[in-house]
Ligand binder design. Structure first.
Ligand SMILES: C[S@@+](CC[C@H](N)C(=O)[O-])C[C@H]1O[C@@H](n2cnc3c(N)ncnc32)[C@H](O)[C@@H]1O
Length: 312
């Protein structure tokens, strides 16, 4: 990777630039966002106009230029290698000056609605529907604004499917958007975990800002007690979701709901197979190339009813 120094630990921001074929974009966006990119933009790398896409199509140019914004000092050398393996070319970084890039990006972040009751309203905006469940959100340096389809599908599941008074685990909480939404939509108690300390800080701040700090516990994964809950949400990538199957299943109470997001449609069978020893997962929603899987763990009574009758 050719690189002007994005000074380690220095002030300011670092922009990562790359070129890629359009079909590699979903995987590259996922890698960039999982690595903590604050924003990812996709532009034409050639000069190909996109004219009148058919209804429902998400058009992309054949070759695109990606630009991702990171805090200065982010460890980008390994990431560049992973991007190249996933199809990116001409990966390079350049430092950006001291302009408040996070705020500049938030200027483009507008209130959005999810399902019937839920709105996500960025700091500094007025809620368009004051009677709705309005989530005030500032993602800080963590992933999770609701603009990404993987988050949006989980928010819609919460709006439609969260049982009143449920206990919830948000595994890979990022900004805390799902944990806070669950609490605001009526969960009795929510536990949010993440391996990234910046995500834990953002989740605590967002829970407090939404008046649910007393119902949202924020922990590193290793501090999580072996306590089954009624809803487990995990919006991570397919690889970690497969690896985490025994962990997430162990936290799912009999009769509980599991909701998995962050996987591409082609990865859904492998992820569902990893969870098959505990429960059947089915596609709950699909947006662009992304799918959200959901399923319910059997209760003991359900298992007894499914068991063959003993011989008389
Ligand atoms: C795609 S973001 C999702 C954030 C938020 N839940 C949402 O839906 O927008 C995935 C988050 O999972 C975290 N993560 C990745 N691998 C993890 C693991 N093995 N255990 C816990 N958290 C993990 C990342 O740090 C990141 O904050």
């Amino acid at each position: 990777m050719s690189e002007k120094p994005c000074s380690p630990g220095g002030a300011g921001w670092c922009q990562l630039l790359a070129e890629a074929p359009a079909e590699a974009v979903p995987a590259l966006e996922a890698l960039l966002e999982a690595a903590g990119a604050l924003s990812v933009t996709v532009q034409d790398a050639g000069d190909q106009p996109l004219l009148e896409p058919p209804p429902g199509a998400t058009p992309l140019w054949h070759r695109v230029r990606l630009a991702a914004l990171f805090p200065a000092g982010s460890p980008l050398a390994d990431l560049a290698q992973r991007l190249e393996t996933a199809g990116a070319r001409a990966v390079r970084t350049e430092p950006l000056g001291e302009r408040d890039w996070v705020r500049a990006w938030l200027d483009d972040f507008r209130p959005m609605s999810f399902g019937r009751r839920l709105w996500v309203v960025p700091s500094g905006h007025q809620p368009p529907d004051p009677g709705a469940v309005n989530l005030r959100l500032d993602p800080g340096l963590a992933f999770g604004t609701g603009t990404h389809p993987t988050t949006a599908m989980c928010l819609r599941w919460l709006d439609a499917g969260l049982p009143a008074g449920a206990t919830v685990l948000d595994y890979g909480c990022g900004s805390g958007i799902l944990a806070v939404a669950a609490a605001r939509l009526g969960a009795a108690r929510v536990t949010a975990v993440d391996i990234d300390p910046q995500a834990l800080a953002a989740t605590r701040a967002n829970a407090a800002a939404n008046g649910v700090g007393d119902r949202v516990r924020v922990l590193a994964p290793e501090a999580l007690a072996p306590e089954p809950v009624e809803v487990v949400l995990a919006n991570i990538l397919a690889g970690p979701l497969v690896e985490l199957a025994p962990v997430l299943a162990a936290h799912l109470a009999p009769g509980g709901h599991l909701v998995l997001s962050g996987l591409l449609a082609a990865q859904a069978p492998a992820v569902a197979a990893a969870y098959a020893p505990w429960l059947a997962l089915a596609e709950w929603a699909r947006e662009a190339e992304w799918v959200c899987l959901a399923g319910r763990r059997a209760r003991q009574g359900d298992i007894d009813r499914m068991a063959p009758a003993p011989p008389s």
